[in-house]
Design a protein around this ligand. Structure first.
Ligand SMILES: Nc1ncnc2c1ncn2[C@@H]1O[C@H](COP(=O)(O)OP(=O)(O)OP(=O)(O)O)[C@@H](O)[C@H]1O
Length: 260
């Protein structure tokens, strides 16, 4: 494997709460190579978001180690190694779409011309060319989420961290955005770590699927998703796709406790 973008060794995280310790992650061992599309899937509370936040240096591990591009998450964050897409678009309502995408570049003190050019290029990449002067409320939910993906890409990071970005959207819009994300990934070959609850979404998008189980959050299976780069939506009906989906489902079932 090429030098991993993310390497975790026995990574653990225990939250200290008023009701006692909560073990959110336990002995997570995962190497992610450049250009992989990795989905983290698992039931609510299994630590998917926590793992993403540890990679992003928004939480600190309490045990084991993690390297992002060969450095600490803090160094990687300061070097702007990644873009982060949240579940809700979180765009500033008083700024235009272009203004929102430019914001991180503005904070960095990049010149007006350069930031406009870079923001426009990222908006074109998510098929929002022509919508630069609109305000967030003038766009559909799916378009807003595409704008927030463009914002995460503003620094042109090679690593994209996405926390259930399409979870709140209806199925048709979600299908469409999955297709667009796959195209974007094919065109840019970024490394993507993507949190989802949806088995079809994970199988459709990923090169590998990391199956997690709760209490404490740990990896129970890693499923290769060797469907090749060309994936029309109809691929979801093929035996190969259904076979991978079935394996993920079995992994989820095995790790699931039924006391809920
Ligand atoms: N800041 C915190 N303090 C205490 N406990 C936390 C904190 N953040 C998360 N947890 C707990 O850690 C566990 C993992 O949470 P996490 O949000 O990572 O799960 P998840 O798999 O992303 O869930 P979901 O699919 O519902 O988003 C849960 O039991 C959660 O309650």
């Amino acid at each position: 494997m090429a030098e991993p973008v993310i390497a975790t060794r026995d990574l653990s995280l225990v939250f200290t709460t008023r009701d006692g310790p909560v073990q959110a992650l336990s002995n997570v061992n995962l190497d992610i190579a450049p250009g992989e599309f990795i989905s983290l899937i698992g039931p609510s509370g299994c630590g998917k978001t926590t793992l993403l936040r540890v990679i992003a240096d928004l939480e600190r591990a309490t045990g084991g180690s993690i390297a992002v591009n060969g450095r600490t998450p803090e160094q990687a964050r300061l070097a702007r190694d990644y873009g982060y897409v949240f579940q809700a678009p979180a765009l500033l309502p008083w700024r235009t779409i272009l203004g929102n995408v430019q914001l991180p570049l503005e904070i960095m003190g990049i010149s007006r011309e350069e930031r406009a050019a870079r923001a426009k290029a990222q908006l074109a990449l998510v098929n929002l060319a022509g919508f630069e002067r609109k305000f967030p409320w003038q766009l559909s939910g799916g378009m807003q989420q595409r704008a927030s993906i463009a914002r995460a890409l503003a620094f042109e990071p090679k690593l994209l961290l996405m926390d259930e970005p399409f979870g709140a959207l209806d199925e048709i819009v979600r299908d469409h955005l999955n297709e667009q994300l796959l195209k974007l990934w094919s065109a840019t070959r970024k490394t993507v770590v993507f949190v989802t609850h949806s088995i079809p979404e994970a199988v459709f998008l990923s090169t590998r699927i990391v199956v997690m189980s709760p209490r404490p959050g740990r990896i129970t299976d890693i499923v290769d998703c060797d469907l090749g780069p060309d994936r029309p939506l109809e691929i979801r009906e093929t035996p190969e796709f259904l076979r991978i989906a079935q394996r993920v489902r079995e992994g989820l079932r095995a790790g699931h406790s039924y006391d809920v």
